[in-house]
Write a protein that binds this ligand. Structure first.
Ligand code: MCA
Ligand code: AMP
Length: 500
């Protein structure tokens, strides 16, 4: 079986005049988006018949250009590498060199002053920087026919190692990740959804953008989470579906508290009329679920996913959406709990590691066979998340590693942040942990031991971090210590730090 153009994003056709994308005042129909994607793919192909898994990175916010690039790279047989537009230069360097990127696509002018550092980096790595508009060919070429096993996308995810790993998904994986959600959440062509999540992660790319476009629905694009504009559109009944991380629901509730009663009611009413509100990427506290229900009448549908698997487990669209639980395996996904000895746990209320099987599960970590091998056991992908099953529903209990932090939906590696902090000239030792936080879920907290005679303020550390890591990784709190608590093996005892 091979992926032909009609099976892949079936709504993208010249005869489909339904609105696909909205960006501010502008709207684009499926027919014209389809045409633009083919023009762009033809420009990328140039004289070749197939990009043969060339890694093409792109650095741009949610926009028509983003959609053109992602789908154009796929059409032409390349591997899409969407970059984090908030990333610092060292992080971009890691992504570009790890994935062996050869071309980087930007929206607008390649000589834009905001791209000076990125251009210099690409020059040093021999990566060609090109704009979307320069690739829109006049003549559309025949597109390659792709087998489902072909690699399609590399997304970077933090693990317990120092540097993020490149998660490779194939066309088969992406199709499975999309189609299971279309079915489970009853996507409809009449749906309309705002997209304000970052577009270098599954949540924004697959759950919102790709599901919406595959179904033929309308996706409204925002370069960032522009709460006031989005809420105005909620009041005007623009949307039928809303998907966000718990932090966004917290921020909306905090904002509602600052408004007068009429305005608050108008917004809550807008949410009440939608057919579905979903929360995921991090645990949705029961208190948040209840508050949202009281305010909007919406019962949040919580689901569980991971970059390596797309979505795995979800509360049902029809049926009980249980607070604090993530539900049951999605159609086509096998999910089971395993004990430390590697046996499946059938009993209820017994904690075990979630392991996942199915066409949704990624192929490999790019160029890292060791990490790939270590993450699979007997064909199951080991998530590192611990859960129990209660009356059939999975409830996440936490993670097996203290070195993974979830802040505002982003998965962060404590070791990666520590690795950067240790390059500060005043820091001799450090440990990073996530501390429970009402807004962020977990807030990054750094404990440091300074070199003799040194002083370090939080403000000084924060501005030092700004050019070295994405803003959301920067510690929210700094604690200067005489020494770090260590066990007999010399390892820092992070649970002791959490108690502080
Ligand atoms: C922003 N800030 C943060 C975060 N985001 N700090 C900690 N954690 C964060 N996540 C900081 C900024 O550095 C800045 O700090 C201040 O907050 C305001 O920044 P701003 O950009 O204005 O904030 P915002 O627009 O309100 O952003 C919050 C956000 C954003 C919208 C919740 O973090 C976000 O889009 N999160 C979603 C991430 C996501 O899509 N994850 C899915 C991963 P200062 O003021 O000090 O400068 S995929 C996944 O997890 C799996 C597959 C799954 O299951 O979905
Ligand atoms: P990422 O690596 O960014 O794809 O993040 C995936 C991780 O997010 C999972 O391994 C979980 O730890 C966490 N996660 C996603 N959804 C949920 C949820 N509904 N409840 C708790 N944790 C979640």
């Amino acid at each position: 079986m091979s992926v032909t153009q009609t099976e892949f994003f079936p709504a993208l056709r010249l005869d489909n005049h339904h609105i696909a994308l909205q960006e501010g005042e502008h709207t684009w129909r499926y027919s014209s988006v389809h045409q633009r994607i083919d023009q762009f793919a033809s420009g990328l192909l140039g004289n070749s018949k197939d990009l043969e898994e060339e890694r093409i990175a792109f650095f741009m916010p949610a926009s028509l250009d983003y959609v053109t690039t992602l789908l154009g790279v796929w059409r032409a047989g390349g591997i899409a590498v969407p970059l984090n537009i908030a990333a610092a230069i060292p992080e971009l360097e890691h992504a570009l060199s790890c994935a062996g990127v050869t071309r980087l696509v930007v929206s607008g002018d390649v000589d834009d002053p905001s791209l000076v550092l990125l251009n210099a980096l690409c020059k040093s790595l021999n990566v060609q920087v090109i704009s979307v508009s320069s690739l829109l060919a006049l003549q559309i070429l025949p597109m390659p026919v792709l087998t489902p096993e072909r690699r399609a996308m590399i997304l970077f995810t933090s693990g317990t190692t120092n540097k993020p790993k490149g998660v490779v998904s194939t066309h088969k994986n992406i199709r499975a990740q999309i189609t299971t959600l279309l079915k489970a959440w009853e996507w409809q062509e009449e749906d309309s959804i705002p997209l304000f999540l970052p577009l270098h992660h599954i949540h924004g790319i697959i759950n919102v953008l790709c599901c919406g476009l595959w179904m033929g629905a309308r996706v409204s694009l925002f370069a960032k989470f522009d709460m006031e504009t989005i809420l105005e559109e909620v009041i005007q009944d623009h949307y039928t579906v809303f998907m966000a991380v718990p932090t966004i629901y917290v921020k909306i509730i905090q904002h509602l508290e600052t408004l007068d009663a009429d305005k608050r009611e108008a917004i809550c009413n807008g949410f009440r009329k939608m057919r579905l509100n979903i929360s995921g990427s991090a645990a949705c506290p029961v208190k948040l679920y209840q508050q949202w229900q009281q305010l909007t009448g919406q019962t949040l549908l919580e689901r569980y996913g991971m970059t390596e698997i797309g979505m795995g487990i979800s509360n049902p669209y029809n049926g009980e959406r249980r607070a604090g639980a993530v539900g049951i395996p999605l159609p086509g996904v096998d999910a089971a709990l395993f004990d430390d000895a590697g046996n499946v746990i059938d009993a209820e209320d017994t904690p075990g590691e979630i392991r996942i099987r199915g066409n949704n599960v990624f192929l490999e970590y790019w160029n890292n066979p060791k990490a790939t091998e270590e993450s699979f056991k007997d064909g199951w992908f080991c998530t590192g998340d611990v859960a129990i099953r209660e009356s059939g529903y999975f409830r996440i209990m936490g993670r097996s590693s203290v070195d993974i932090i979830k802040s505002g939906g982003y998965k962060l590696s404590a070791l990666e942040i520590e690795g950067t902090l240790l390059t500060h000239e005043k820091i001799s030792e450090c440990a990073v942990i996530g501390v429970e936080d009402d807004t962020w879920g977990e807030a990054v907290t750094a404990f440091v031991v300074l070199k003799p005679g040194q002083l370090l303020s939080y403000g000084e550390l924060k501005s030092w971090c700004e050019s070295r890591m994405s803003p959301y990784k920067i510690p929210k709190t700094l604690r200067v210590m005489e020494s770090l608590p260590r066990n007999a093996m010399g390892k820092v005892m992070k649970p002791e730090l959490k108690k502080l």
